[in-house]
Design a protein around this ligand. Structure first.
Ligand SMILES: Nc1ncnc2c1ncn2[C@@H]1O[C@H](COP(=O)(O)OP(=O)(O)OP(=O)(O)O)[C@@H](O)[C@H]1O
Length: 291
């Protein structure tokens, strides 16, 4: 097992402005391990995420990436170690966390408009008929919905039925919904899944911008690191029983992945900068062999 790469974390933190270095971490995991159905999925995860930082969770299918997100949400317990979310135990942060679950999309017959989907992020967790908000609060809510729709670049189609929107447009609407209550931490579970390459690039750039402009920390499960590679501050790479944490340049190397898998793995860089991982059980950096 490869533990956390503390020098890597220190190097990443040294790049941050002093105000952000001093602030309390948004998310901290210390020597964390998870068991599911009597099996240790991953262990030794050490991770510190500060405001405005973009972290990817990588690893093969079934290794426990979504389970890590559930740990942060407080929906799955750790078997060992510690986790702190916004200075408290998981499950206490409420609307300070925005969450986009895996494989959410809308049926083509869905008539609700994009703007209404975003507005549901404001108060959709409350049961019953909503009480009318007083004027100033109603205006503030409406302005925030418009602001966040503009932020994700969805103004042109937010008034259309969401079922008529493309996969990439729906993903932007859903990201807007997760952002509408100004979360400090955004959890995204494979938001690029099923998008074509150009939409992947657009949504990846959007998420990078959200980190920088809004100061939101993002933890994103990804199956292919390449679309987000240039926006990332660090990665958590999970493998059966172990983990490695650091900048992409430190973790996605032949040496680190060979140690993590306990079998020869080669990381190649294509002429366009994409990473290609060869000789391991299943791809988590791109397509198997090439990407
Ligand atoms: N409630 C459960 N009971 C038993 N096993 C479970 C349960 N929930 C998850 N698992 C198992 O735990 C493992 C990790 O699941 P998880 O969804 O976290 O993996 P993942 O890395 O996100 O996978 P993928 O890349 O395929 O989405 C899987 O083998 C899954 O079958």
């Amino acid at each position: 097992m490869i533990g956390a790469m503390e020098p890597a974390v220190r190097a990443a933190e040294a790049r941050l402005p002093a105000s952000r270095q001093a602030a309390e971490p948004v998310l901290e995991l210390r020597d964390a391990a998870v068991r599911v159905a009597g099996r240790t999925l991953w262990a030794g995860v050490d991770l510190t995420v500060g405001a405005g930082e973009f972290t990817a969770v990588l690893g093969p299918n079934g290794v426990g990436k979504s389970t890590l997100v559930k740990v942060v949400l407080g929906a799955h317990p750790l078997a060992a170690g510690e986790v702190r979310v916004l200075g408290a135990r998981p499950g206490r942060a409420g609307h300070r966390i925005g969450y986009l679950p895996q494989r959410r999309s809308f049926d083509a017959s869905m008539r609700i408009r994009g703007i209404d989907v975003v507005r549901l992020g404001m108060d959709g967790d409350r049961w019953g008929v909503p009480l009318p908000l007083p004027g100033p609060r109603r205006r503030a809510a409406r302005d925030r919905v418009a602001e966040v729709i503009e932020l994700v670049g969805a103004t042109a189609y937010a008034g259309r039925p969401v079922g008529e929107c493309s996969g990439g447009e729906q993903q932007r609407i859903l990201i807007a919904q997760a952002l509408v209550r100004r979360p400090q931490l955004l959890l995204l579970d494979e938001p690029l899944d099923s998008l074509d390459l150009s939409h992947q690039g657009g949504v990846a750039a959007l998420i990078g911008r959200i980190c920088q402009q809004e100061g939101v920390a993002v933890l994103m499960v990804a199956h292919d690191v390449n679309p987000i590679l240039h926006h990332l501050d660090r990665v958590v790479y999970l493998a059966e029983g172990g983990s490695a944490t650091g900048t992409p340049q430190e973790v996605i190397t032949s040496e680190t992945l060979t140690g993590l898998y306990g079998a020869p793995v080669e990381v190649l860089r294509a002429s366009d900068g994409r990473l290609v991982v060869v000789g391991r059980p299943e791809s988590a950096v791109g397509g198997h062999g090439t990407c």
